[in-house]
Every structure is written in C-alpha cells, then in structure tokens.
Design a binder for this molecule. Structure first.
Ligand SMILES: [Zn+2]
Length: 258
C-alpha cells in the first residue's frame, strides 16, 4: 500500500476509537479547610464529595461549585468495623424509615449544590436491600441526582438498587490511596489508567491526604498527553450508563436471566 494512504487509514482508525475516559472523586471533604481547598483547586473536572453536617462542609461545597467542580453528598453508611459513632448523620442498620428520611434530608440540605450521592464507608449497610431501597427512594424524590457506589464490599447491592430505581449510577473501580505512600498511589493510578484503556472508562476515588493531593496535582495535567481524557463524574455516569445498556456483542454467550 502507498505509505501516505496507509498512514491516513491508520489515523482514521485511531480517530474512530474514542480516547479512554477517567473520572476522579475526592471523598471525605468537610473537616479541614486547607486540604479541602486544595482538592477544590485540583486541575480538571475532579468531583468533590463532601461529608454532611461537617464544620467546613457547606463552605467547601460552595467553593467547589464556584470553582466549577461537581459536588457530591458523601453519605455516611454504617461499616462492618464500628467506630463511626462520632460521624454526624451516619445511617445505621437500626435506623428506622422515618429516621432515614430525616437524616437524609438534613444531610442533603447541609451540602449545597450536590448533583448526586456517593457512599462513605458502608461495608455493612450497602449489603442490605431494604436500606438501599430507602436510599434510592430518597435520591429519586429529589429529581436529577446520580449515585456512585463507593463499593467497600463486594456484597454491595447499592448499584443494583440504584439502577432498578432508574437512578443514573456507577460503581467505583479503584481506591487511589488505601495506602498513602507515593509508590502505592502511583501503582493504583496506573491501574486506573489500565482499566480505562481496556474498558474505555474507569473511575477512581481518592482522599484529601497530602500525598494524594500532591500526586494528582503533579499527574493530572499530563493525562491528555498520555491519551486519556479526564471527565466530570456526571459525564462519566452518562457514558457508563450508555455503555452498560448496549447489548453484548454477538457470540459473547451472555446468559439470559429469568
Ligand atoms: Zn468516605
């Protein structure tokens, strides 16, 4: 083949394939103003997930919104490991439906500009379809909100219930900083990029630790040059919903669920 034509065809092939998309959420905002402000100032459309009824939550949610960042209500749900008693607004297994509605309303009110909800901890509560059903009722009742399952247990039913309730929703792929040292954060960030390359889309969650913030400040500006596109959480959810709704390719042998 004439080299010019071969080159042209190759470039068309490259253009036809959309670049891998990555979304990032910074969780647990609301306590420390400096760290929170630094998360708000991260380059690109990184989402800011704010804990309800926290000393700096309202202020940081407003700052994030002003900076053009999407805000999520980071809703505390009971985990398997106790010690969440001090967390304001935590929803527990023994929370009644009535209490649930009140806690959710207060929490939602305390985080202005929230475009959705993601779960904080929750390794116990996200396994319970009853409570997750209540959560999705509260989310649905407030119109156009999205939901991100932080996925702290493989037994979580949150994503399934969100989708059954027609809520645009996704599940977290990677925690960037379960270990806070630079090497681990770099390894998890690489894993996020690999997942995005293979699947077209991947979403990671980090926390406002100095190590994570420094890493993202350094790495995010170079993503595009490496062929990745950093997208907002709402764009990510829309793309992922569309991708998941696509019928599986012929011959993949997907089982029919009855
Ligand atoms: Zn959290």
């Amino acid at each position: 083949m004439v080299p010019v034509i071969a080159g042209l065809l190759a470039s068309i092939a490259v253009q036809a394939e959309p670049p891998p998309r990555i979304a990032i959420i910074i969780d647990d905002l609301g306590y420390e103003l400096d760290a929170g402000q630094r998360a708000v100032n991260l380059p690109g459309p990184v989402a800011c997930a704010v804990l309800p009824s926290t000393p700096r939550g309202r202020e940081l949610a407003r700052a994030a919104h002003v900076a053009g960042k999407e805000v999520l209500l980071h809703l505390p749900l009971q985990s398997e490991i106790d010690g969440m008693e001090l967390e304001p607004g935590v929803i527990r297994l023994d929370t009644t439906r009535e209490q649930f509605a009140r806690i959710f309303a207060e929490s939602f009110e305390s985080v202005p500009f929230a475009i959705g909800v993601n779960s904080h901890r929750g390794s116990l509560l996200t396994r319970h379809p009853g409570h997750m059903g209540w959560l999705m009722e509260e989310i649905s009742a407030r119109g156009d909100l999205l939901f991100v399952d932080s996925y702290t247990t493989p037994q979580s039913v949150a994503l399934r219930l969100a989708r059954e309730n027609g809520i645009p929703s996704v599940r977290r792929d990677v925690f960037l900083d379960d270990d806070r040292d630079d090497e681990s954060i770099a390894r998890e960030f690489d894993r996020l990029k690999r997942l995005a390359t293979v699947r077209g889309l991947a979403i990671g969650i980090g926390h406002p630790h100095p190590e994570t913030l420094a890493f993202l400040e350094r790495e995010l500006p170079g993503l595009r040059e490496q062929g990745f596109v950093l997208v907002s959480v709402s764009e990510y959810v829309a793309l992922k919903d569309r991708a998941d709704a696509r019928p599986p390719a012929a011959g993949t042998g997907a089982a029919t669920a009855n």
